[in-house]
Design a protein around this ligand. Sequence first.
Ligand code: SF4
Ligand code: SF4
Length: 482
Amino acid sequence: MNEDILEKQLYDDEAETFRNQLATVTDDGKRKWVYPKKPSGKFHRARIIVSAILLLILILTPFLKVNGHPFMLFDFLNRKFILFGILFGPHDFHLLVIAMISLIVFVILFTAVFGRIFCGWACPQTIFMEMVFRKIEYWIEGDSKDQRKLKSAPWTGTKFFKKFTKQIIFFGIAFIISNIFLSYIIGIDELIKIITDPPSEHLQGLFAITVFSGIFYFVFSNFREQACTIVCPYGRLQGVLLDRDSIVIAYDNIRGEPRKKFKKDEGWENRGDCIECYQCVEVCPTGIDIRNGSQLECVNCTACIDACDDIMDKIKRPRGLIRYASINSIEKKTKWKFTTRAIGYSALLTVLLTVFVILLANRTDFSVTVLRTPGLLYQEQPNDMVSNLYDLNMVNKTFNKIAITLKLEDVEGELKLVGNKIVMQPQGNIDSKFLVLLPKDELTTMNTPIDIGIYNEEKLIKKISTSFLAPMKKTVDEDEED
Ligand code: SF4
Ligand code: SF4
């Protein structure tokens, strides 16, 4: 191999060694606890507002009702989902599949273009961790330096009080979060019942709340950033979702290098704008140095942007040494463009969403299938009547119980239901059979089209067209031969 290439290869390998291990894990595999410095700045202020709005939406949504039913419900156990007041059940599985595929394509497209913006601004894990639990920690234990000091201090009354109070508050909030999430699964009314009824009546529900609370408490008090770096599949997929045109939180190495400590009397020639102050590293909640390049641990929390902008203001250099930018826009100074990959994903997403909207618009409250019973033709009946037997399948997709009657439309004859009257439960599915009897004289062809009306209390809810089989009519010649 050419020596220059070999040297560059070695240099690149060395520069990338930070990728060989997680920033929060020591060489011998132990956890490195992160004590991020309190963030402040315009991005942080904006994130506080966005987080407050999203938390409010999350907390209030379970209380919203449409016609007495939840606005949103994800009842996985009973396979019942309510989205924006519309009830979806197992019969809507095709819609769910298309919605899930659209969501995945949307996430891929959004990430390919805007990077992990969702993680920093809207992910519940980041919002709860950075805007709720971390804030309480700063309030009780102080900024990172105080927290470190407290950690290494001997166990005094003050230390015990601070640590104990923090854990109690953390568990209290984890308990509230578990109740909020449970209200999306079982509904707010059921949750209130569990809270207000004697505990012995809802042992299962109480068990679920306790388990959820324990999990949330563990995640936010101990597991923390590892949920994003080790567990979250979205975080781990960044390597394949991002490309050099994706907008990420990036350090402008062209402007920042060569980095050097700042001395007041020195000029800015032959050096970069990075003054090696490590403020961007100190504030990072995942413990990384963004100057190494885009990394899977970065949750796009913007703390390093604010920290660096603050330093740039102090040393009177332009802001944005760390900013939202694509790697190509930094290295090649290219303007942001919609890449071929993004165009492809957009086209696919448009097709999926179009199919989804068409299916949703044509979705009815009832689905009815009427088929002539397989293997049977027609039956000759007394009084010159002919009958056909039909299979009926009905799905009631509404919240209401309904009584169903079937009637023959625009034809003389009789319709007899096999068995009892049909009463459909909300989200119910019914299989039944019925007979249609028509006078032989009226049947001029072997296959007569007929309409069957499906009624709920005299209100026509659906009209189904099917066919009626009859014996072949004898011609005049055949009659004479007889
Ligand atoms: S905060 Fe800015 S100047 Fe300071 S080390 Fe980080 S990138 Fe360099
Ligand atoms: S590198 Fe910056 S944006 Fe990424 S997690 Fe750390 S502080 Fe947040």
